[in-house]
Design a protein around this ligand. Sequence first.
Ligand code: HAM
Length: 544
Amino acid sequence: MSEGAVNKEERRKFQAIKGTRDLLPPETALWNRGEQTAREVFATFGFGEIRLPIFEPTDLFARAVGGETDIVSKEMYTFEDYDTTELLELIESRRAALTWTDSPILGPPGPLGSGTQAIFSPYTTLVGNVLRLGSDAFQKGKIPRTPENERVLADLKYRLEVFVSSLNSGTLNEKRQFVNSFKGLVAQLKIGESLSLRPEATASVCRAYVEHGMQQLPQPVKLYYMGPMFRRERPQKGRYRQFYQIGAEVLGGSDAPAIDAEVIEMVMTFFDRLELQGVQLDINSIGHSADNCRRGYVEKLKVALENVKDKLGPDSQRRIETNPLRVLDSKLESEQGIIATLPRIADHLCEACATHYSAVKHQLEMRGVIYRENWRLVRGLDYYMRTTFEITAQGLGSQNAVCGGGRYDGLVELLGGPPTKGIGFAIGEDRLILSLQESGKAPAQQGRDVYIAWMGERAHATAIRAAKDLRKAGFSVELPPVEQKFGKALGQADKLGAKYALILGDNEVSEGLWTLKTLADGSQAKYTEPDLLEHLRKQKALSS
Ligand code: HAM
């Protein structure tokens, strides 16, 4: 293979990871417009921006979103975070203890003689190292001082003593089983803190609310955020492993139904401003967690589901046990008829939740927000109670939810804060942009206002100054870095979609009259420097 071919091969290895992608111009102009519009609209509702970390302790998401949800149980990008300089020896010895094998030339497993000691004593040294370094780090608080780690270390100590004292007896198989059990234990020793890339941001906003004592501020606190989220889902159109959300949360104060309605009104206003097509708002109330409300309903639902269990697919069958509400989410064609016959939550809400729900609907009507009630809308995160909503839009295929949200009054308390009301939503920005593009809102390739075609050293100096002045006045300018013939320069200007070519040659510079060519019709005129700027300004005002 030639050197060139190797390089090509090497280069090809680097591609965006499956489920992630690069966003390029001109599409990014649409993203910026979306984000800018969100900032403007949300500010008119009194929201301020919060910027959050991209990773947090895994436990935060497990606690908030729910350990049993798909998001937490299957889709998080989780890693162990440790101080490599301080713990290097421990990390190395853990790795060595996990990868050790006895010599492959030992032959078939069978009874062993006194040679066992020679074979397995190196392993006792390795495990001994993990135990010594691990215990020391545990004492000094350099690895998490969890009961789990304490148990692992105690277990290792006990088993190592047993192993060492019986090194000269037993079969090879027994010894290998011992080694495997050591490996299982060593793998359980947590050296670092478990962190995860955020799969969503509501949990982080609540964490920040408590951490910064925001309950001392005038309530409610209204915050919005935008940025990437990470879920290891199966990628398809509108579903990515790194995707972007624009979200908003209202924390503290009361749970007045007008707050629910205003939050929904805000996101609908945003979609309206962007002229998003085919917007459909679905709402529901999933009550609160009590026997006379959602918990009672879920019990009834479970019984009803057990009765039709054999007509359901394997996913729904499993969910009868793990999360019966999620069965209502099923998109399986064959299950739709059965689901239609199941008991509905609206008929089982407690009085307070039912009253809240009808007041939310009334408040939406007062705001002219058009909604559809959808009793099957349960959402896939554990923290919701009462109001839930989802918004779909046109042109998205099966992944058509462009926004999801709801009320989560217990969440801040669950994360160790004071009892706090909360409601919010998150917009899937990738899907928002897709839908806008599908309805023809793609921005044109970003052209230039002026392409400066210059020739000669004196003209170059003038061109640099002209570019500076034009850019200062807000025009986008392309200044070629090297001299080119005017014909070629005009061709380049065309390719870049420039509106004008400013032609600067020796004549123009000595006369102080600059030639401006309008590329759309090929017309040409000469201007002094101040007149040129004035002319361009006027033209820009006319076209905007
Ligand atoms: P969510 O329904 O999981 O809710 O996500 C909200 C939106 O993010 C979805 O409707 C969808 O548009 C977008 N989305 C989710 N996963 C993906 C993906 N893999 N690829 C592309 N887009 C995706 C939440 O995240 C809650 N934190 C919303 C919330 C805020 N509830 C209260 N406050």
